[in-house]
Design a protein around this ligand. Structure first.
Ligand code: CA
Ligand code: CA
Length: 497
């Protein structure tokens, strides 16, 4: 049935090509456009109805999508390598724990796609600390480079962008709001690429809805995100939705580090500060929603839309007061973070893929990871053989057509020692459960079917003892997995006793 639907879709695609339009990649391979927002939590998608319609409803929604390391730089390094962080070695945002210089740029997704004959274009944020040593540097693999120079990447106005070796600082004017600039660059790149014989890969990485962090090595979050001028007031008086786990009253089920950082519930003042963040974030996402609409329109005008795979996702989530977690700052000055932690608001991200091979209207409930993206894109480009690395993820194009491939899957979430001295942990996430093991041996186990808000860890509940043992072994196995061993199914779990 799915096979027949797919064939019908391809016939439609052939008929629908405008006469004389250059089907991108005259060799027939699809273009790939990745739109990766910064710090967008999965619960924010309802403010982006155009994106939901144009990519989600027109394609596949991967409902349980997680990032391997919920922090910008390790997450983006996973996107570029298809590897979990313990394999690519970028373990924090900044040198010497991680950062741009920590990634071996010689074997990455753009390098492989370039070898396969793709035209590769980057627009926006790359890896943290990019450009701080040499703002004219163009990383390997990119034919057309428009990289945000750190630390200005986190500015909504006045950012510096390196255009193929020539840094330009944008005057602080309404039309130069960062998402507007990135939209213009993306539309120009689509226009130029459509005149090329090669298929294209565009990595479009706006800074929204990230905070305005003026210092890339900052240990605390910055001020609230800025909406585009046209949407400045949309959320100005809107109250922030309070999730059931907001300001969690009883955190005795959580690791003691959380109670040591946040011994009391938030004050009203602290809640209002979070609300300012929420308003800025939602307003900035309205700008992203327009960006999606505009690049889709440009793809249509150039005749490229039908042969382009569009991936919409984020590099990590952002906690807005769930479980009392927030930034800044803790009593001891070591923020526990709004990301980095394993909770859903941090590790779970939106993921939608539209285009050839991704059946419209499908919702996939099995778990996926950002380590899947590189392998998926290579699969779409028919370029698997171009990567000498062992890829840890699987192809979501296959999973979209046969979701059973994800049935017994556990994806891995991990962290590493860092300058904030937040406890490290490993986690495994299955469709129903997440098991967390912190470096000091403290555990968490959430039955997300019964407890979707992670209110009550059941790690000490004897009814879950067998499930916990299986998941603990799975997490420990994943901690040093590579390639195929990262895709090993989790053994069948018994029902809670
Ligand atoms: Ca991020
Ligand atoms: Ca609780």
């Amino acid at each position: 049935m799915a096979w027949r639907a797919l064939c019908a879709a391809s016939v439609l695609f052939l008929l629908a090509l405008p006469a004389g339009a250059s089907a991108a990649g005259q060799d027939g391979r699809p273009n790939v456009l990745v739109i990766m927002t910064d710090d967008q939590d999965f619960r924010s998608m309802p403010v982006m109805p155009q994106t939901e319609r144009l990519i989600g409803e027109a394609g596949v929604t991967f409902d349980r999508s997680f990032v391997n390391y919920p922090l910008c730089c390790p997450s983006r390094a996973t996107f570029l390598t298809g590897q979990y962080a313990h394999n690519h070695g970028v373990l924090w945002n900044n040198w010497p724990w991680g950062g741009y210089r920590m990634l071996d740029g010689s074997e990455t997704l753009p390098v492989w796609l370039s070898r396969a004959g793709y035209r590769t274009i980057h627009i926006g944020k790359y890896l943290n600390e990019y450009g701080e040593e040499d703002p004219t540097e163009v990383p390997r693999g990119w034919d057309d480079w428009h990289g945000g120079v750190d630390p200005t990447t986190y500015d909504y106005y006045g950012m510096t962008i390196n255009h193929n070796g020539k840094p330009k600082t944008y005057p602080r004017k309404p039309r130069n709001y960062s998402t507007n600039v990135y939209t213009r660059l993306a539309n120009r790149a689509i226009g130029t690429s459509s005149r090329s014989k090669k298929p294209f890969f565009i990595n479009l990485a706006p800074n929204a809805p990230h905070t305005v962090a003026i210092q890339s090595g900052a240990t605390i979050e910055g001020s609230p995100a800025l909406p585009p001028p046209r949407y400045r007031d949309v959320f100005a008086d809107e109250p922030m939705p309070l999730y059931p786990n907001f300001n969690e009253e009883d955190i005795s089920d959580k690791p003691t580090s959380i109670a040591s950082y946040f011994p009391t519930q938030m004050t009203m003042q602290q809640q209002l500060e979070l609300q300012d963040h929420w308003r800025g974030r939602m307003g900035s996402l309205l700008g992203i929603d327009d960006m999606v609409k505009e690049v889709v329109a440009k793809l249509r005008r150039t005749g490229e839309f039908k042969n382009t795979v569009i991936i919409f996702t984020s590099d990590n989530g952002w906690i807005l007061g769930e479980h009392r977690l927030r930034d800044p700052v803790t009593e001891n000055g070591k923020a526990a973070g709004v990301k980095y932690v394993p909770y859903e608001g941090s590790s779970r991200v939106p993921l939608m893929i539209e285009g050839p091979g991704f059946p419209a209207g499908r919702k996939v409930e099995g778990v996926t990871t950002n380590a899947d993206l590189a392998r998926t894109i290579l699969d779409v480009a028919n370029a698997r053989s171009e990567s000498p690395l062992k890829l840890d993820g699987l192809s979501l194009r296959r999973a979209a057509r046969s979701p059973k491939e994800l049935r017994d899957r556990g994806v891995f979430i991990e962290t590493a020692p860092n300058p904030r001295a937040v406890p490290t942990y490993i986690s495994v996430r299955t469709k129903r459960y997440r098991y967390d093991l912190q470096e000091d041996g403290q555990e968490g186990l959430y039955d997300l079917k019964l407890d979707p808000w992670e209110m009550d860890s059941v790690h000490a509940d004897p009814r879950y003892a067998e499930i916990k043992d299986i998941l603990r072994t799975a997490a420990e196995d994943l901690a040093d997995c590579e390639g195929a061993s990262c895709r090993k199914p989790v053994p069948p779990l018994p029902p809670p006793g």
